[in-house]
Design a protein around this ligand. Structure first.
Ligand SMILES: [Zn+2]
Length: 451
């Protein structure tokens, strides 16, 4: 006898931000297509579709109108399950997620992701869900899977996936919004031709970058040169799609150049610099870039490295910065974890007390002629500045802007993340890190500015 399956009435939820909409264009359709396929495969009956267009992950719940309509319909018992593409379409914030989930639970509605699997019935599954939610905000920048999915159709149709500002050098984007294409840009085509010609002669990214700057007064980094030389786009092929755009070089020339490129770049692939774009050289104000030195991920000032126009020659090992961050993180606080929450007040007071003891000692030394006036003033002022800073921080820490509670130890959580997700996590809380190469001690050189 053929068994009759219970009908599961599902609704689809789609969210896309304005930025994503403008940039990728196809994402609503892509999500919809994927979700419909998924439901068909699982025999779900689609009873409604909710689309929050132009809403970013940061949009307040009250402004996600379609989500509110969905909740309303859930309370009226119109469906049994919500299906969305990926968790970040649904929520990127732990507290919102739990607030909405408790409403849905009361209505006997559950949810399912078409492209990510979560099992919320086990504690491990819930931990994984928490991690995913807590790192979700910046994921769009790094989740290449998702970008590939959205872009793949456009690339197949030979449509431009860039805007005018991020189009590869030597090309520009033309055409209407729905039919953007990549063509050669006459204003920069000479530079591209010069780069390919010059590299073949001198075999050096840096020299090529230098010569470009001299000849065209156009600033380019050796890293960009390196990426260009490896980009198949310049012989007209993009992500395997032939004839994607007009080529600058032949496939033969491209292959020839690949043989000239340094061979030791294997390790360089997929290497995620977790502080990429976050460290600012205090000396020249430029962002310090990732570099692989002595088998370690490090950061250094690009202006020093490429042009020697900055004097900050220091190299920061990533592991050291990470270690520093992990020790400092609970004190920096806007993030509030269970353990550190308890320590928070005590630590500031303890530090302040220590500094005041230091002041006392300085006074005593000065009174007893054990220190001269000049160094007494200097040390006294330095300590006073530290105390003021600490007091400011203490005030700030009492009013966290946003509290994300995770029932796990921060270190444990952090160590579970791979480099890509560590980067998302760090990006979520840190605005930038200032690096002052002129200070003597490593700890003194670092100044972390939270978002
Ligand atoms: Zn610098």
């Amino acid at each position: 006898m053929k068994s009759v399956k219970k009908i599961i009435r599902v609704v689809l939820y789609i969210r896309v931000s304005t930025e994503e909409q403008v940039r990728h264009g196809y994402s609503i359709e892509s999500q919809l297509k994927r979700l419909k396929e998924y439901c068909k495969l699982h025999g779900y009956k689609i009873v409604a579709i909710y689309i929050d267009a132009g809403k970013s992950a940061r949009t307040k719940l009250s402004q996600r109108k379609e989500l509110l309509r969905l909740l309303n319909d859930a309370q009226e018992g119109k469906f049994d399950r919500v299906v969305f593409w990926k968790l970040d379409r649904w929520f990127r914030n732990v507290s919102d997620y739990y607030a909405i989930n408790s409403i849905l639970e009361k209505c006997n509605v559950d949810w399912e992701c078409s492209d990510e699997k979560f099992n919320t019935t086990t504690s491990n599954g819930r931990l994984y869900l928490n991690i995913k939610l807590s790192i979700g905000q910046n994921e769009s920048d790094v989740d290449s899977d998702r970008i590939k999915f959205i872009f793949s159709q456009m690339i197949k149709d030979k449509k431009a996936i860039w805007g005018t500002n991020n189009c590869p050098l030597g090309y520009k984007v033309v055409g209407s919004k729905k039919n953007k294409r990549v063509i050669k840009d006459k204003r920069t085509s000479d530079i591209v031709e010069f780069i390919f010609k010059t590299y073949v002669i001198n075999n050096s990214y840096r020299k090529t970058a230098f010569l470009v700057q001299n000849k065209f007064d156009y600033i380019i980094t050796s890293d960009t040169i390196k990426k260009m030389l490896k980009n198949t786009l310049y012989y007209g092929v993009y992500r395997g799609v032939e004839g994607y755009c007009e080529p600058y070089i032949t496939k033969e020339k491209f292959d020839y150049i690949q043989n000239l490129l340094p061979k030791n770049n294997k390790q360089n692939k997929n290497r995620d610099y977790i502080f990429s774009g976050l460290i600012v050289c205090k000396h020249c104000g430029c962002k310090m870039s990732g570099t692989f030195t002595k088998n370690k991920k490090c950061y250094r000032c690009g202006k020093y490295k490429n042009y020697r126009t900055c004097t900050n020659s220091k190299i920061i090992p990533e592991s050291r910065l990470e270690e520093y961050l992990l020790t400092e993180f609970p004190h920096l606080k806007r993030v509030s974890m269970q353990e550190s929450e308890i320590e928070e007040g005590i630590d500031f007071d303890k530090k302040l007390k220590q500094l005041n003891v230091k002041l006392d000692r300085l006074n005593e030394m000065y009174l007893n002629d054990r220190i001269n006036r000049e160094s007494y003033y200097k040390k006294y002022d330095e300590t006073k500045v530290q105390i003021n800073d600490l007091e400011k921080q203490k005030k700030k820490s009492k009013k966290p802007k946003e509290i994300i509670k995770l029932n796990v130890n921060f270190y444990k959580l952090y160590n579970k993340l791979d480099d890509e997700h560590k980067r998302s996590f760090i990006n979520k809380y840190i605005d930038y890190i200032e690096y002052d190469s002129e200070k003597d001690l490593f700890d003194e050189r670092i100044n972390i500015i939270l978002k």
